[in-house]
Design a protein around this ligand. Structure first.
Ligand SMILES: NC(=O)c1ccc[n+]([C@@H]2O[C@H](COP(=O)([O-])OP(=O)(O)OC[C@H]3O[C@@H](n4cnc5c(N)ncnc54)[C@H](O)[C@@H]3O)[C@@H](O)[C@H]2O)c1
Length: 328
Protein backbone atom coordinates (compact mmCIF):
# COMPACT_ATOMS: atom_id res chain seq x y z
CA UNK A 1 0.00 0.00 0.00
CA UNK A 2 1.18 3.50 -0.79
CA UNK A 3 2.26 5.86 1.98
CA UNK A 4 0.02 8.87 2.46
CA UNK A 5 1.37 12.40 2.36
CA UNK A 6 -0.06 15.83 3.16
CA UNK A 7 1.52 19.19 2.32
CA UNK A 8 1.04 22.29 4.47
CA UNK A 9 1.86 25.48 2.54
CA UNK A 10 1.32 25.33 -1.21
CA UNK A 11 3.47 28.27 -2.31
CA UNK A 12 6.81 28.11 -4.15
CA UNK A 13 8.52 25.20 -2.49
CA UNK A 14 5.23 23.44 -1.66
CA UNK A 15 4.16 23.27 -5.32
CA UNK A 16 4.57 26.41 -7.45
CA UNK A 17 8.28 26.26 -8.33
CA UNK A 18 7.35 23.53 -10.81
CA UNK A 19 5.30 26.08 -12.79
CA UNK A 20 8.50 27.96 -13.70
CA UNK A 21 9.11 26.94 -17.34
CA UNK A 22 12.86 27.45 -16.89
CA UNK A 23 13.17 24.86 -14.11
CA UNK A 24 13.68 21.54 -15.80
CA UNK A 25 13.61 19.12 -12.84
CA UNK A 26 11.15 18.66 -9.97
CA UNK A 27 11.62 21.56 -7.54
CA UNK A 28 8.67 21.27 -5.14
CA UNK A 29 7.38 18.88 -2.49
CA UNK A 30 4.22 18.21 -4.52
CA UNK A 31 6.28 17.43 -7.63
CA UNK A 32 8.59 15.15 -5.66
CA UNK A 33 5.72 13.14 -4.14
CA UNK A 34 4.02 12.92 -7.53
CA UNK A 35 7.25 11.50 -8.99
CA UNK A 36 7.23 8.59 -6.52
CA UNK A 37 5.16 5.45 -7.01
CA UNK A 38 5.47 4.66 -3.28
CA UNK A 39 3.52 7.61 -1.95
CA UNK A 40 0.32 9.49 -2.75
CA UNK A 41 -0.63 13.03 -1.80
CA UNK A 42 -3.99 12.76 -0.08
CA UNK A 43 -4.29 16.31 1.30
CA UNK A 44 -2.99 19.86 1.00
CA UNK A 45 -3.50 22.91 3.22
CA UNK A 46 -3.02 26.60 2.57
CA UNK A 47 -4.69 29.65 4.06
CA UNK A 48 -4.80 31.13 0.54
CA UNK A 49 -7.68 29.74 -1.56
CA UNK A 50 -5.93 30.62 -4.86
CA UNK A 51 -3.02 28.40 -3.87
CA UNK A 52 -5.46 25.61 -3.00
CA UNK A 53 -7.11 26.00 -6.45
CA UNK A 54 -3.77 25.68 -8.22
CA UNK A 55 -2.83 22.67 -6.12
CA UNK A 56 -6.16 20.95 -6.80
CA UNK A 57 -5.47 21.16 -10.55
CA UNK A 58 -2.26 19.25 -9.90
CA UNK A 59 -3.66 16.83 -7.34
CA UNK A 60 -7.38 16.51 -8.16
CA UNK A 61 -7.97 13.69 -5.65
CA UNK A 62 -6.38 15.40 -2.65
CA UNK A 63 -8.48 16.87 0.16
CA UNK A 64 -8.18 20.66 0.35
CA UNK A 65 -7.98 22.59 3.63
CA UNK A 66 -7.58 26.21 4.61
CA UNK A 67 -6.92 25.12 8.19
CA UNK A 68 -4.00 22.68 8.46
CA UNK A 69 -5.30 21.45 11.83
CA UNK A 70 -8.40 20.08 10.09
CA UNK A 71 -6.22 18.44 7.49
CA UNK A 72 -4.27 16.70 10.27
CA UNK A 73 -7.36 15.52 12.14
CA UNK A 74 -9.33 14.39 9.04
CA UNK A 75 -6.59 12.25 7.50
CA UNK A 76 -4.34 9.42 8.57
CA UNK A 77 -1.06 10.70 7.17
CA UNK A 78 2.33 9.00 7.09
CA UNK A 79 4.39 12.00 5.94
CA UNK A 80 3.69 15.68 6.50
CA UNK A 81 5.55 18.36 4.53
CA UNK A 82 5.85 21.75 6.22
CA UNK A 83 6.29 24.38 3.49
CA UNK A 84 4.92 27.48 5.20
CA UNK A 85 6.91 30.61 6.13
CA UNK A 86 9.65 29.78 8.65
CA UNK A 87 8.01 31.54 11.61
CA UNK A 88 5.19 28.96 11.54
CA UNK A 89 7.30 25.76 11.29
CA UNK A 90 7.50 25.10 15.05
CA UNK A 91 3.77 25.50 15.70
CA UNK A 92 2.79 23.35 12.73
CA UNK A 93 5.42 20.74 13.56
CA UNK A 94 4.11 20.50 17.16
CA UNK A 95 0.57 19.94 15.92
CA UNK A 96 1.58 17.48 13.21
CA UNK A 97 3.67 15.37 15.58
CA UNK A 98 0.73 15.15 18.00
CA UNK A 99 -0.97 12.93 15.44
CA UNK A 100 0.11 9.44 14.49
CA UNK A 101 2.54 10.21 11.65
CA UNK A 102 5.83 8.59 10.64
CA UNK A 103 7.82 11.47 9.18
CA UNK A 104 7.97 15.24 8.80
CA UNK A 105 9.74 16.81 5.86
CA UNK A 106 10.32 20.36 7.06
CA UNK A 107 11.50 23.28 5.00
CA UNK A 108 14.61 25.15 6.00
CA UNK A 109 15.52 26.96 8.11
CA UNK A 110 14.09 24.38 10.49
CA UNK A 111 12.56 27.12 12.68
CA UNK A 112 12.79 30.83 13.35
CA UNK A 113 14.26 30.39 16.84
CA UNK A 114 17.03 28.05 17.98
CA UNK A 115 15.05 27.06 21.12
CA UNK A 116 12.12 25.97 18.94
CA UNK A 117 14.40 23.96 16.68
CA UNK A 118 15.86 22.19 19.75
CA UNK A 119 12.34 21.28 20.88
CA UNK A 120 11.50 19.95 17.42
CA UNK A 121 14.57 17.73 17.37
CA UNK A 122 13.90 16.46 20.90
CA UNK A 123 10.22 15.75 20.14
CA UNK A 124 11.05 13.87 16.94
CA UNK A 125 13.46 11.65 18.91
CA UNK A 126 11.07 11.05 21.83
CA UNK A 127 8.13 10.29 19.55
CA UNK A 128 10.23 8.28 17.13
CA UNK A 129 9.12 10.43 14.18
CA UNK A 130 11.61 10.92 11.36
CA UNK A 131 12.51 14.57 10.90
CA UNK A 132 14.19 15.55 7.64
CA UNK A 133 15.06 19.18 6.87
CA UNK A 134 15.19 20.30 3.26
CA UNK A 135 18.77 21.47 2.90
CA UNK A 136 18.39 20.10 -0.61
CA UNK A 137 22.07 19.89 -1.49
CA UNK A 138 22.44 16.92 0.85
CA UNK A 139 20.53 14.92 -1.78
CA UNK A 140 22.20 16.57 -4.79
CA UNK A 141 24.77 14.37 -6.60
CA UNK A 142 26.76 17.43 -7.67
CA UNK A 143 27.38 18.49 -4.07
CA UNK A 144 27.75 14.88 -2.92
CA UNK A 145 30.53 14.31 -5.47
CA UNK A 146 32.50 17.14 -3.82
CA UNK A 147 31.95 15.46 -0.43
CA UNK A 148 33.14 12.15 -1.85
CA UNK A 149 36.35 13.80 -3.12
CA UNK A 150 37.00 15.29 0.32
CA UNK A 151 36.21 12.03 2.16
CA UNK A 152 38.44 10.04 -0.19
CA UNK A 153 41.34 12.35 0.68
CA UNK A 154 41.77 13.49 -2.92
CA UNK A 155 42.55 17.05 -1.82
CA UNK A 156 44.32 16.02 1.39
CA UNK A 157 43.56 17.57 4.74
CA UNK A 158 41.02 20.38 4.34
CA UNK A 159 42.48 23.80 5.22
CA UNK A 160 39.73 26.20 4.18
CA UNK A 161 36.19 26.26 2.82
CA UNK A 162 34.92 29.49 1.29
CA UNK A 163 31.31 29.94 0.26
CA UNK A 164 29.60 32.75 -1.62
CA UNK A 165 25.88 33.40 -1.50
CA UNK A 166 23.56 36.31 -2.15
CA UNK A 167 21.64 38.02 0.64
CA UNK A 168 19.37 36.82 3.46
CA UNK A 169 21.37 34.68 5.80
CA UNK A 170 18.45 32.66 7.19
CA UNK A 171 16.71 32.14 3.85
CA UNK A 172 19.82 31.34 1.76
CA UNK A 173 22.86 31.45 4.05
CA UNK A 174 21.57 28.47 6.09
CA UNK A 175 21.93 26.34 2.94
CA UNK A 176 25.53 27.51 2.60
CA UNK A 177 26.32 26.96 6.30
CA UNK A 178 24.79 23.49 6.11
CA UNK A 179 26.81 22.54 3.01
CA UNK A 180 30.00 23.92 4.56
CA UNK A 181 29.28 21.79 7.66
CA UNK A 182 28.71 18.78 5.42
CA UNK A 183 32.23 19.29 4.01
CA UNK A 184 34.11 20.58 7.06
CA UNK A 185 32.39 18.96 10.05
CA UNK A 186 31.27 20.62 13.25
CA UNK A 187 32.00 24.26 13.95
CA UNK A 188 33.62 25.49 17.14
CA UNK A 189 33.24 29.28 16.96
CA UNK A 190 32.22 32.03 14.55
CA UNK A 191 32.72 35.74 13.93
CA UNK A 192 30.17 37.58 11.80
CA UNK A 193 29.80 40.97 10.14
CA UNK A 194 27.01 42.20 7.99
CA UNK A 195 24.69 44.72 6.47
CA UNK A 196 21.06 45.55 7.07
CA UNK A 197 21.44 44.25 10.62
CA UNK A 198 18.06 45.59 11.80
CA UNK A 199 16.31 43.24 9.41
CA UNK A 200 15.05 39.80 10.54
CA UNK A 201 17.07 38.29 7.72
CA UNK A 202 20.21 40.37 7.14
CA UNK A 203 23.11 39.68 4.78
CA UNK A 204 25.94 38.24 6.86
CA UNK A 205 29.53 37.36 6.04
CA UNK A 206 31.77 35.64 8.51
CA UNK A 207 34.51 33.35 9.69
CA UNK A 208 33.72 29.84 10.91
CA UNK A 209 36.35 27.87 12.78
CA UNK A 210 35.91 24.11 12.49
CA UNK A 211 36.65 21.76 15.38
CA UNK A 212 39.30 20.07 13.22
CA UNK A 213 41.21 23.36 12.88
CA UNK A 214 40.13 24.20 9.30
CA UNK A 215 38.72 27.66 8.53
CA UNK A 216 35.45 28.45 6.81
CA UNK A 217 34.27 31.71 5.31
CA UNK A 218 30.86 32.73 4.11
CA UNK A 219 30.58 35.81 1.95
CA UNK A 220 27.33 37.62 1.27
CA UNK A 221 27.45 39.14 -2.20
CA UNK A 222 24.36 41.26 -1.93
CA UNK A 223 21.33 41.31 -4.20
CA UNK A 224 19.20 38.16 -4.15
CA UNK A 225 18.46 38.46 -7.90
CA UNK A 226 22.19 38.01 -8.59
CA UNK A 227 21.94 34.33 -7.85
CA UNK A 228 25.25 32.99 -6.61
CA UNK A 229 26.01 29.88 -4.57
CA UNK A 230 29.61 28.67 -4.76
CA UNK A 231 31.90 26.66 -2.52
CA UNK A 232 35.68 26.39 -2.78
CA UNK A 233 37.42 23.73 -0.66
CA UNK A 234 41.22 23.95 -0.41
CA UNK A 235 43.24 21.10 1.04
CA UNK A 236 46.89 20.28 1.59
CA UNK A 237 47.01 18.34 -1.71
CA UNK A 238 44.45 20.02 -3.90
CA UNK A 239 41.21 21.87 -4.38
CA UNK A 240 37.66 21.08 -5.31
CA UNK A 241 35.19 23.81 -6.04
CA UNK A 242 31.63 24.00 -7.14
CA UNK A 243 30.64 27.11 -9.07
CA UNK A 244 27.90 28.32 -11.46
CA UNK A 245 25.23 27.60 -8.81
CA UNK A 246 26.25 23.97 -8.59
CA UNK A 247 26.32 23.31 -12.32
CA UNK A 248 30.11 23.27 -12.68
CA UNK A 249 32.73 21.51 -10.54
CA UNK A 250 36.50 21.69 -10.75
CA UNK A 251 39.10 19.38 -9.23
CA UNK A 252 42.72 20.50 -9.03
CA UNK A 253 45.79 18.86 -7.56
CA UNK A 254 49.11 20.33 -6.38
CA UNK A 255 51.77 19.19 -8.88
CA UNK A 256 55.41 20.17 -9.40
CA UNK A 257 55.42 23.69 -10.87
CA UNK A 258 56.65 24.30 -14.43
CA UNK A 259 57.04 27.99 -13.64
CA UNK A 260 58.79 28.17 -10.25
CA UNK A 261 61.55 25.90 -8.95
CA UNK A 262 60.87 24.34 -5.58
CA UNK A 263 57.11 24.95 -5.71
CA UNK A 264 53.96 23.03 -6.54
CA UNK A 265 50.96 24.61 -8.26
CA UNK A 266 47.35 23.60 -8.66
CA UNK A 267 46.70 21.73 -11.91
CA UNK A 268 43.28 20.82 -13.26
CA UNK A 269 42.42 17.10 -13.14
CA UNK A 270 39.67 15.14 -14.89
CA UNK A 271 36.48 14.79 -12.89
CA UNK A 272 34.59 11.60 -12.16
CA UNK A 273 31.35 11.48 -14.19
CA UNK A 274 28.19 12.28 -12.30
CA UNK A 275 25.52 9.68 -11.77
CA UNK A 276 22.46 11.59 -12.92
CA UNK A 277 19.01 10.57 -11.88
CA UNK A 278 16.23 11.94 -9.76
CA UNK A 279 16.01 15.60 -8.83
CA UNK A 280 17.45 16.28 -5.35
CA UNK A 281 13.93 16.83 -3.96
CA UNK A 282 12.67 13.57 -5.45
CA UNK A 283 15.77 11.88 -4.00
CA UNK A 284 14.93 13.40 -0.61
CA UNK A 285 11.41 11.93 -0.72
CA UNK A 286 12.92 8.57 -1.75
CA UNK A 287 15.31 8.78 1.20
CA UNK A 288 12.50 9.55 3.68
CA UNK A 289 10.43 6.64 2.34
CA UNK A 290 13.44 4.35 2.71
CA UNK A 291 13.89 5.48 6.34
CA UNK A 292 10.20 4.70 7.00
CA UNK A 293 10.45 1.28 5.36
CA UNK A 294 13.88 0.15 6.55
CA UNK A 295 14.90 2.49 9.37
CA UNK A 296 17.98 4.72 9.35
CA UNK A 297 18.51 8.47 9.26
CA UNK A 298 17.67 10.88 6.44
CA UNK A 299 20.62 12.59 4.73
CA UNK A 300 19.63 15.86 6.41
CA UNK A 301 18.39 15.23 9.94
CA UNK A 302 16.69 17.56 12.40
CA UNK A 303 20.08 17.87 14.15
CA UNK A 304 21.66 19.04 10.88
CA UNK A 305 18.90 21.63 10.48
CA UNK A 306 19.39 22.72 14.10
CA UNK A 307 23.17 23.09 13.70
CA UNK A 308 22.77 25.14 10.52
CA UNK A 309 20.36 27.42 12.38
CA UNK A 310 22.52 27.66 15.52
CA UNK A 311 25.57 28.59 13.44
CA UNK A 312 23.65 31.15 11.40
CA UNK A 313 22.08 32.69 14.52
CA UNK A 314 25.54 32.89 16.13
CA UNK A 315 26.96 34.67 13.04
CA UNK A 316 24.11 37.21 13.28
CA UNK A 317 24.63 37.69 17.01
CA UNK A 318 28.35 38.31 16.44
CA UNK A 319 27.63 40.82 13.64
CA UNK A 320 25.22 42.67 15.94
CA UNK A 321 27.73 42.66 18.83
CA UNK A 322 30.79 44.29 17.30
CA UNK A 323 32.07 41.07 15.71
CA UNK A 324 32.32 39.27 19.02
CA UNK A 325 33.68 35.72 18.78
CA UNK A 326 30.82 33.31 19.56
CA UNK A 327 31.41 29.72 20.64
CA UNK A 328 28.84 27.15 19.58
N1 LIG B 1 14.71 24.36 0.34
C1 LIG B 1 14.67 25.38 -0.50
O1 LIG B 1 15.47 25.49 -1.43
C2 LIG B 1 13.63 26.45 -0.28
C3 LIG B 1 13.25 27.31 -1.33
C4 LIG B 1 12.25 28.24 -1.09
C5 LIG B 1 11.69 28.35 0.17
N2 LIG B 1 12.10 27.54 1.17
C6 LIG B 1 11.50 27.62 2.52
O2 LIG B 1 10.15 27.19 2.42
C7 LIG B 1 9.30 27.95 3.27
C8 LIG B 1 8.21 28.60 2.42
O3 LIG B 1 8.81 29.43 1.45
P1 LIG B 1 8.08 29.73 0.04
O4 LIG B 1 9.06 30.51 -0.76
O5 LIG B 1 7.49 28.52 -0.53
O6 LIG B 1 6.95 30.70 0.56
P2 LIG B 1 5.57 31.05 -0.17
O7 LIG B 1 5.11 32.34 0.43
O8 LIG B 1 5.70 30.96 -1.65
O9 LIG B 1 4.60 29.87 0.30
C9 LIG B 1 4.18 29.72 1.63
C10 LIG B 1 2.72 29.31 1.62
O10 LIG B 1 2.32 29.00 2.96
C11 LIG B 1 0.97 29.47 3.12
N3 LIG B 1 0.73 29.61 4.57
C12 LIG B 1 1.19 30.56 5.40
N4 LIG B 1 0.78 30.29 6.67
C13 LIG B 1 0.04 29.16 6.60
C14 LIG B 1 -0.67 28.37 7.56
N5 LIG B 1 -0.68 28.71 8.86
N6 LIG B 1 -1.34 27.28 7.15
C15 LIG B 1 -1.33 26.92 5.83
N7 LIG B 1 -0.68 27.63 4.88
C16 LIG B 1 0.00 28.72 5.25
C17 LIG B 1 0.93 30.76 2.35
O11 LIG B 1 -0.39 31.14 2.01
C18 LIG B 1 1.77 30.39 1.12
O12 LIG B 1 0.98 29.89 0.05
C19 LIG B 1 10.22 28.92 4.00
O13 LIG B 1 10.60 28.35 5.23
C20 LIG B 1 11.44 29.02 3.09
O14 LIG B 1 12.63 29.35 3.78
C21 LIG B 1 13.04 26.59 0.96
Amino acid sequence: MKLKAGIIGLGNIGSLFDEDPKRKAVWSHAGAYLASHKVEIIAGADTDSNRLDKFSRRCPHAGLYQDYREMLSDNRLDIVSICTPTASHFKIFSRATSSDIKAVFCEKPIAARVEDARRMVAASRTKNIILAVNHTRRWDPRYLRVKEYIDQGRIGEVRSITGNYSDKVFMVGTHLVDTIRLYGGDIDWVVGEGSNLDSDDPGISGLLSFKNGARGFIIDNGKRENLIFEIDVLGAQGRVRIIDNGYHTEFLHFEKSDRFSGYRELKRQPLKKLKTGKSPLAAAIGNIIECIEKGGEPACTGEDGLKALETTAALCKSARNNNQKIRL
